[in-house]
Design a protein around this ligand. Sequence first.
Ligand code: 13P
Length: 250
Amino acid sequence: MSRKAIIAGNWKMNNTIAETKALVNELIPLVKDAQCDVVICTPYTDLATAVELTKGTNIKVGAENVHWAEKGAFTGEISAKMLVELGVEYVIIGHSERRQYFGETDETVNARTKAALAAGLKPIVCVGETLEERESGKVEEVLVRQTKGAFAGIDKEELENIVIAYEPVWAIGTGKTATAEVANETIAIIRKTMAELYCPKCAENRVRIQYGGSMNPKNVKELMAMPEIDGGLIGGASLKAVDFSQVVNF
Ligand code: 13P
């Protein structure tokens, strides 16, 4: 199996520039020997600082969203080209908070993913079911729809440049982690969907799928021991250097 683990922090709407400087400087020595890919995704206003401070280190920087158009009359939006020029490498797309509060749909997720890839960014595409969907037995239906929607029209050659994050909405910021078994079997559904969309070998060797939702230093080992789980997208625990480094150095 040739999938390298990838642990990414999603800072969400946290950290000013001054706070970014402090956190990144504390983090750099703590994660320098990490065996996995290490990414921090920050608010737009912190990106330039994060990129500057992490130059020459093993930490990559990502944004938390990107618009689908190249440029134009989209007040308040940021294009992929703008991120690339800043030195940003990754971008989170379709996080459940964006789906829930900002009207993100499978179509906009797909459009943003295509724009990010076209500009040379690596999308971290988020999928995941709500509690209601899980309790009514719709997990597979929801994940297949979200995965097919996100990847519509995306070429097989791009798979190495995309990461999928499976984030059950009920596990985000709640302290409730999916058990390692549930996370593993649900990610297997996503991988099966990718096998159908592309090919079994592509899904097995070239698609990295993270788990996200209350992942922390205490549960990281158990989650990362699961064969389907290739990494984590970390919210709360990514805001503390020691906690995040313990996740990264699982
Ligand atoms: P928490 O780790 O705070 O649950 O957040 C997960 C998440 O939404 C990462 O994108």
